[in-house]
Design a protein around this ligand. Structure first.
Ligand code: ARG
Length: 458
């Protein structure tokens, strides 16, 4: 007998049942479902709907089914449509008809909305910890490369020298925003408790919904039952935070894929974090990084998929909402698997400052050459133009900027003096970027100290 079979004369078609059932993926809500049901039983007891004995029997029965799930011993029955019906079916078999009182005044609609919020609240802290671990691994690498000057790129073209530490800390900064955003998504889940909204109109029993909400760790009871049963904004918030986190991981992966290419050779990945080719013996492939990049599309798809599911729904609960769980769980599982791999990959990789330095090109100091003229009173726009002429002249002669004779410099601008050759010092160019946020070693070191104070060392 299903939990809703009274009005039906014929059993559900088998294929419809397979389409309809969510137990294959929502079983993992068992823990929060049981916690919410125990709290609901408590609320019914306080409202004098359950006697103390009935309350006790239900709470203890639920605790037993929790242990069955936790030990992997729960055996689903054919009619177990979803986690909510499965738990109640088992409870009925275990403690008898009194189990039937648990569902008084509630619906699976307010139940699942509550469960999913509790799941996000419970699951997010582990993800936040993984982000912190990755930040610490990046920070530890950065601390060793404050003076490792490397080419900085814009439009993927050589632009200006930076340091490896500055590059690594750019991802630490991105991850800090992700950490905040995911924390906010968990706070959104905790902001209101739908339990006691019933199917859509509220519950007719004198339930203290505020006490119930607070007992379950929520800020307050939801203010509108019709909204509360179909509000999945917190799932969209979570998926947005996850998609943006993945986007940042994908960009980090892309940098590392390029920098570990032998043409660059800035980075070598540890053998444990790259894989070989079955055909080409020389290959070291950055598969984990490619998967970070590749899986990003899938997680962005989950966000787009959920919003598409939500946008056409009429008011109240609709079964479409059952589609909220798989994207949420998959985004979570993907990140829980990926983040520790990336952390270990970063911690174990070797940076090669000599290869970074060898890739520097004096043309990256053209801006500094313009700044040299600015220091001698030339307006920047004009200095930019004159420096462009210097670069063109050097290209025409096929020489580096530092090998261009002074006469050629002075033919372009008389402000160029013999000290112009001092400009061609990559370390000095980086050291001049001293104001906060810049790549100068002293600035980056101060930044590292601040991150260490915030994150702790790995
Ligand atoms: N399995 C359902 C879901 O995930 C639970 C709610 C079902 N509600 C209903 N009225 N059929 O959305």
């Amino acid at each position: 007998m299903t939990l809703w079979g009274g009005v039906f004369q014929h059993p559900t078609d088998d294929a419809v049942r397979r389409l309809n059932d969510s137990l294959p993926f929502d079983w993992r809500l068992y823990d929060v479902d049981i916690t919410a049901s125990q709290a609901w039983a408590g609320a019914l007891h306080r409202a004098a709907i359950l006697t103390s004995e009935e309350h006790q029997a239900i709470v203890q029965g639920l605790e037993r089914v929790r242990r069955l799930f936790a030990s992997g011993q729960f055996v689903p029955a054919p009619g177990d449509e979803d986690i909510h019906t499965a738990v109640e079916r088992w409870l009925t078999e275990a403690i008898g008809p009194v189990a039937g009182k648990l569902h008084t005044g509630r619906s699976r609609n307010d139940q699942v909305a509550t469960d999913l919020r509790l799941w996000v609240m419970q699951a997010t802290p582990a993800l936040l910890d993984h982000i912190r671990d990755l930040q610490r691994a990046l920070l530890a690498q950065a601390a060793g490369h404050v003076h490792s000057v490397m080419p900085g790129l814009t439009h993927f073209q050589p632009a200006q020298p930076i340091t490896a530490a500055h590059w690594l800390l750019s991802t630490v900064a991105m991850l800090e925003r992700d950490w905040d955003r995911l924390g906010q998504a968990a706070a959104a889940a905790a902001s209101q408790c739908p339990l006691g909204s019933g199917a859509l109109a509220g519950t007719p029993y004198p339930i203290d919904r505020t006490a119930l909400a607070v007992a379950l760790g929520f800020q307050q009871a939801s203010s509108n039952s019709l909204d509360a049963v179909s509000d999945r904004d917190f799932v969209a918030d979570f998926l947005h935070a996850a998609a943006l986190l993945m986007t940042h991981l994908s960009r980090l992966a892309e940098d590392l894929i390029i920098y570990s290419n032998p043409r660059f050779g800035f980075v070598t990945l540890d053998d444990r974090y790259s894989t070989g080719s079955s055909l080409m013996p020389q290959k070291r492939n950055p598969d984990p990084l490619e998967l970070a990049r590749g899986k990003t599309g899938r997680i962005i798809g989950h966000l787009a998929g959920l919003l598409t599911t939500l946008k056409g729904l009429p008011s109240g609960y609709n079964k479409d909402l059952q589609e909220d769980k798989e994207p949420l769980f998959d985004a979570y599982d993907t990140l829980m698997l990926l983040l520790p791999v990336l952390t270990a990959l970063i911690a174990s990789m070797t940076l090669h400052p000599e290869r970074m330095r060898a890739a520097l090109d004096e043309a990256m100091l053209a801006t500094d050459l313009a700044d040299y003229l600015v220091a001698r009173g030339v307006p920047f726009r004009h200095a930019h133009h004159l420096t462009g002429q210097v670069v063109r002249r050097a290209e025409a002669l096929g020489v580096k900027l530092s090998a261009l004779p002074l006469a050629d410099y002075q033919a372009i601008a008389l402000q160029f003096g013999p000290d112009v050759y001092d400009v061609f010092d990559f370390d000095q160019a980086v050291a001049r970027r001293r104001p906060v946020g810049g790549a100068a070693p002293e600035t980056v070191s101060a930044q590292i100290n601040q991150w260490q104070a915030r994150l702790g060392q790995s």
